[in-house]
Design a protein around this ligand. Sequence first.
Ligand code: ADP
Length: 490
Amino acid sequence: MATDDFMNKIAPSVVEELPNNLLIVNTEGEIVFANHRIESTFGYKPSELRGKKASMLVPGYFTSMNAEKRVEYYKNPTPYTVGNGVPAVGLRKSGEEFPMEIGLSPFQTEQGTFVSVIILDITERHKTEAELVKKNELLGLAEELTQVGHWQWDTVTNEVIWSDNLYTLFHQSREEDLTYATYFSYVYEEDKEYVTEQVERIIRDKKFYDFFHRIKTGQGQIKIIHLVGKVFTNARGEVIEMIGTCQDVTKQKADEKKLAEFNQQLLDKNKELENFAYVAGHDLKEPLRTMSSVCNLLQKKYGGSFNEEGETLIDLMNSSVNRMSKLISDLLDYSQIGIDRTLVTADCQELVEAVTNDLSLAIKEAQAKIIIGKLPVIQCYRTELRLLFQNLISNALKFHKADIPPTIEISAQLVDTFWKFGVKDNGIGIDKESKTNIFKIFHRLHSYDDYQGTGIGLAHCQKIAELHGGTIWVESELEKGSTFFFTIPL
Ligand code: ADP
């Protein structure tokens, strides 16, 4: 074969500069020409390939697989492209295999038939395709797990594409082509106007606002769906496509509705209870006042004629009436906490000093030491917060150990987004089991004779802390003392 002759006469220099790999092969399958580009793809210099079998550029298994076809082809070569969809496999000098696409075109010369072979290295395209397949598999898996469907709407052709989940959700058969009209036919009659408005707004603003609406499925079920999407525009800014997700939220919406109803019922019941406590408190106070007056009258009128036992019984009745009266007052206060409240800026330092001033007699009697740390200025319900401090400090004074005068420390610390206040004492402490119960109304750990009280103070404190969006708790050890903490968000 006169290779050099062929090169000089036929191959124009432009062939060298082709952006693709070019080989020219004779009917025996020998390479008679290879352009420079071949080296960057296969690693061989063109001179190394000339006169060699073209089959050296494909792996052995691939040549043997296609041997018969190749012999047949060279007998009667026709233009032919392989690798379209099923790529051929190339073999580099390094031994590395790679996907390629080959175009074959036979041509006649005075010296016989030759075939020009254009080779494309499609490694990168292959990678992208593989990634796409993987992404699609992931999307399918996500759909299966989340039950979220995907849709695509070409607003120019009106064609709609649905993922598998949407066919199931709408109970729609896969036979007919989908359009926007198909989707719209499922929209619940009463929601049609709303959906049209939403779609028009999205197209006008070129921005997808997520929205909910009802559908009537192919099997007649009413479902609520949530649509989320993205709008695509062309160079002129016109909307050409929308892509998004669609989720069946029927159950979630039903649960939300139930929860809102329960919440409302709870609020109504709470209000009712507060009203009841208020009215009952008022009504109970009336006969109590009469009892108190009768006691005083008895003592005044007949005091002298009572024996010692009679005196004791009258005293007992008097103190019971007083206790009952305090209990009712506290209950009335409890039912009124938070009513007519207004948030104000208050200096806690001043607030606590005012409380300790009010309690100065009890402080003096108990020989208590009060340490007030640096307290902040905060937004709060002033009267309520003052009551909270007063209850905690009174308790710290009251529940002190018999032989040790109380030391009470009031402090505040800024933690993230809230103030954490602490009222610490060196009193009798609280056992582990009672630490949460003491915040329940009327819950007391001691008899009235040991420590007087109504058991409402800490319930008050909890209601006030929660009114501010905070919480209250106690850390304590029996015989060592307690620290009551409460938080107030900034
Ligand atoms: P009261 O003080 O009227 O009994 P509270 O609701 O204020 O009612 O307190 C409930 C119970 O919690 C008290 O009876 C007491 O047993 C316990 N307690 C509250 N504060 C302290 C404290 N600082 N030290 C020990 N026990 C306490």
